[in-house]
Write a protein that binds this ligand. Structure first.
Ligand code: NAD
Length: 497
């Protein structure tokens, strides 16, 4: 896979066969209406495949199958060691099909093939394998109760879960949801984002091949506003896990409240601060400042889009950042040397261009990029773009742009850096760069976010929890903490004669 050239990947893309049907009760199936919707390749704007357009009726059918599967215990009552075997086999099958899945993700999302082969697919494999391997090592509790009593505290699966995911990391986010939800014995109905459903559909077939019983995983592509809302309002769904935007997360909480109070866990947006002190390793910090915003075209919830720089090194540091940014010019995602691909679709492309316009109108200085490029390809490409002289109250410092746009904000003191960093409705991630252990720890502790890096950006792996403070959400993906989102605690109190 690593030695493949652009020509090889193009040939593979021509030859790939794409499954666009929904996956319900263990098999691929058309939507009840027979309706389909095209999914496009963001690198060309051309149709990639027709995908089932599932409606509320399909959702009801899938919920019924998932409920039956849960109630008869075909998965929930299986010994954890046996569930482990299925999940580990599933991870192996994904690994065996890594090239196909990486290519599908590249074509559907516009992610560079170097990322889908090197990051997205391996990370999904690790997540599924790790959760599978963990589940037969989790013990429940016996409480410290009086002598003639015994109290058991057990974790039980919630039941039927709906998982609703976004388009920016479809494969790895899907794995973050499915692995702990399935490991803990639930049945899951997955709704992929309408514009990026392909890898989720393919991985469902592999799950069945690995031995996951019918009905335990249903995958329904379809519109969020109708079919997604129907799932969120459904009276026969016990839990909902969501990754996506903050406004949709707010709706989902309302839907849960208006229906059956299904447990609702949200992973939402961000506007993350990346704070650079004058005493930092400026070369490393500059290289990572570019990665933090331009990786995945800035379509990353944890993107370090607010670069907060101590004023005495601003000019020197920004010269280095701009140099690194030149290596992020977008290109064909099938080319193994491409670091940044197109925006996911034409709406996102337009939205990024609008924010560049807003930044100009707000009086920030466009220090790099700012244009849409490669129009002749039909794809949705945008240059990496940097605004300097940004004030934290500007819209480009407060709103999630979800594109390759960096807002650079100066500060002078440690307190000011912390105040700026925390002056946001979001609290997902951030980083601080300093060689001084006191500065680094004081700032890292004070910034109210779920994940904070010290002298790195995007640090973390499956062993640590991931999620947001404030309006960045409430649940936690990854690590053993993710199991909490998918289980209820049950107490059994026994009196001994
Ligand atoms: P989105 O909120 O528009 O859509 C996410 C999912 O929700 C999609 O599947 C969509 O079809 C569905 N949906 C939309 N409206 C719905 C409704 N009314 N009811 C039910 N479902 C509905 O988000 P997006 O544009 O796909 O993704 C980008 C957003 O996701 C950004 O805000 C980003 O920060 C966030 N995100 C967060 C994390 C995290 O872990 N915190 C990770 C990745 C992305």
């Amino acid at each position: 896979m690593l030695d493949k050239t652009l020509t090889d990947w193009k040939a593979a893309a021509e030859a790939i066969s794409i499954e666009g049907r929904a996956f319900i009760d263990g098999r691929y199936t058309h939507s009840l209406s027979g309706e389909t919707r095209a999914t496009l390749n963001p690198a060309t704007g051309q149709e990639l495949a027709q995908v089932a357009l599932c409606s509320e009726a399909d959702a009801d059918r899938a919920v019924m199958g998932a409920r039956k599967a849960f109630e008869d215990g075909r998965w929930a009552n299986m010994a954890p060691a046996d569930r482990k075997m299925v999940l580990v086999r599933w991870a192996e099958l994904i690994e065996e099909h890594a090239e196909e899945l990486a290519l599908l993700e590249c074509l559907d999302v516009g992610k560079p093939i170097a990322d889908t082969t090197g990051v997205d697919v391996p990370s999904a494999v690790r997540t599924i394998r790790w959760s599978g391997e963990a589940i037969d090592k989790v013990y429940d509790e016996i409480a410290p109760t009086p002598h003639n009593t015994l109290a058991l505290v057990q974790r039980l699966p919630l039941g039927v879960i709906s998982a609703i995911v976004p388009w920016n990391f479809p494969f790895s986010t899907t794995a973050w949801k499915l692995a702990p939800a399935l490991a803990t014995g639930n049945s899951v109905i997955l709704k992929p984002a309408s514009n990026t459903p392909l890898t989720a559909l393919r991985m469902a077939g592999l799950a069945a091949e690995a031995g996951l019983p019918d009905g335990v995983l249903q995958v329904l592509p379809g519109p969020g506003g109708s079919m997604g809302k129907h799932l969120a309002m459904h009276m026969d769904i016990d839990g909902m896990t969501f990754t996506g935007s903050t406004p949709v997360g707010q709706l989902l909480m309302q839907y849960a409240g208006q229906s059956n109070l299904k447990r609702t866990f949200l992973e939402l947006g961000g506007k993350s601060p990346n704070i650079v002190f004058a005493d930092a390793n400026l070369d490393k910090a500059a290289a990572m400042a570019a990665v933090a915003v331009f990786y995945n075209g800035g379509q990353t919830c944890t993107a370090g889009t607010r670069l907060i720089v101590q004023d005495q090194v601003m000019d020197e540091f920004m010269e280095k950042v701009i140099q690194h940014s030149q290596h992020w010019m977008p290109g064909d995602p099938l080319d193994p040397s491409t670091r940044m691909g197109p925006m996911v679709d034409k709406w996102q492309h337009e939205s990024v261009a609008e924010y560049v316009q807003i930044g100009r109108q707000e009086g920030a200085e466009l220090a790099f990029g700012g244009e849409r490029v490669l129009a002749e390809t039909g794809g949705y490409y945008h240059e990496p773009s940097i605004f300097t002289g940004v004030h934290n109250q500007m819209r480009i410092a407060q709103e999630e742009i979800f594109g390759p746009v960096m807002s650079v904000i100066p500060f002078s003191t440690e307190e000011e850096a912390i105040t700026i960093a925390n002056d946001s409705i979001f609290g997902l991630a951030g980083a601080v760069w300093s060689q001084n252990i006191n500065t680094a720890h004081t700032v890292a502790k004070a910034v109210r976010v779920g994940t904070m890096g010290i002298n790195n950006y995007f640090g973390g792996d499956i062993t640590v929890p991931f999620g947001g403070f404030k309006q960045s959400g409430n649940g936690r993906d990854k690590s053993m903490h993710a199991f909490d989102d998918y289980t209820e605690l049950k107490t059994t109190w026994i009196e001994l004669d």
